[in-house]
Design a protein around this ligand. Structure first.
Ligand code: NAD
Length: 298
């Protein structure tokens, strides 16, 4: 059994740390917010007075923080200077590829094994231990990373070297943002043409329009009972988080010279939707903006 320092026990990290405790690991938790620490203590984590204190006792450090700036700051000030030699360092936050590579390089220069391991799956998957992890690390480190992450996972996939996990995550979520908008436009046009949306679903789901956004996460209420569209788009994957990932994809496209015009359109549409005050709805709620029926989101 390992001693794991877990830094960042918010919506995602809280459930993830709880699953590590359930698997028999000793988890030393640190967060800036007292309520997050209280919840972690309730799940059986030991609470540290600082990130440095948590890190100093650990065999493994996991960070689950909002964005690249937080990860750079915590890894440079707390993790790398205070970890014991031999400690495995894993960042599970969704951050920009450059920050992921920068912290991996700093860790490697200080003699540590490190991985970026962002997740697919939201708060429910974090609580249930069914996240998909996309891992960027050296080949010889992957087996060890996989073993640590397994109690929180339905899948742990090696994407490549440092930063490859973040690259896989933002490419996947750009596909998702574009495909959701395509499905929403299909429903909006079907409605204007007088086509029954349920019939359109039946036909498109058995035709070449079939995709995850249509058949697993249908934005039109009704055809897929488990989709957030059936509960006024509450919960699920927030439009604000989709916007964050689309911004990361556009920044990566600009830096690498990739051509992603549909990703740029998706970013603009989700920025508009969030700017209209609906960023805390599930991302499939963008259907109501395209239908001109935002009042239905009240
Ligand atoms: P959150 O804001 O709920 O949690 C982040 C936590 O980090 C907070 O509790 C905050 O207090 C803590 N924190 C910030 N700076 C800190 C510091 N210096 N030291 C210690 N703690 C610090 O965010 P979340 O929803 O848990 O998301 C975490 C990451 O996972 C993000 O990068 C997000 O993009 C990604 N993600 C989220 C979801 C989701 O559905 N929420 C899904 C997939 C990926």
């Amino acid at each position: 059994m390992s001693t794991i320092a877990f830094i960042g026990l918010g919506n995602m990290g809280g459930g993830m740390a709880a699953n590590l405790v359930k698997a028999g690991q000793t988890v030393i938790a640190y967060d800036l917010v007292q309520a997050a620490l209280d919840r972690a203590a309730g799940h059986g984590c030991r609470i540290a007075a600082s990130a440095a204190e948590a890190v100093g006792e650990a065999d493994v450090v996991i960070t689950m923080l909002p964005a690249g700036a937080h990860v750079r700051q915590v890894w440079s000030a707390d993790v790398i200077p205070h970890a014991r030699q031999g400690t495995l360092l894993i960042d599970c936050s969704t951050i920009d590829v450059d920050s992921a590579r920068a912290v991996a390089e700093a860790a490697s220069a200080a003699g540590f094994r490190a991985a970026d391991a962002p997740v697919s799956g939201g708060i429910m998957a974090a609580d249930a231990g069914t996240l998909a992890f996309m891992v960027g690390c050296a080949d010889e480190v992957f087996a060890e990373v996989e073993q640590v992450l397994t109690p929180m996972a339905r899948a742990v996939i090696h994407a490549g070297g440092a930063g490859a996990g973040q690259a896989a995550k933002i490419c996947n979520n750009m596909v998702l943002g574009v495909s959701m908008l395509g499905v929403c436009e299909g429903f909006a046009l079907a409605e204007k043409l007088g086509l029954d949306p349920e019939r359109f679903f039946d036909i498109a789901s058995k035709s070449s329009g079939q995709c995850w956004s249509l058949t697993t996460y249908c934005p039109w209420p009704g055809p897929v009972p488990t989709a957030p569209s059936n509960r006024n788009y509450e919960g699920g994957f927030l439009a604000n988080l989709m916007l964050k990932d689309l911004k990361l994809a556009q920044a990566a496209a600009a830096a690498s010279g990739a051509s992603t015009p549909l990703g740029a359109q998706a970013e603009a549409l989700y920025a508009l939707f969030a700017g209209l005050g609906h960023g805390d709805k599930d991302f499939s709620a963008v259907l109501q903006m395209l239908r001109g029926k935002l009042e239905e989101l009240a």
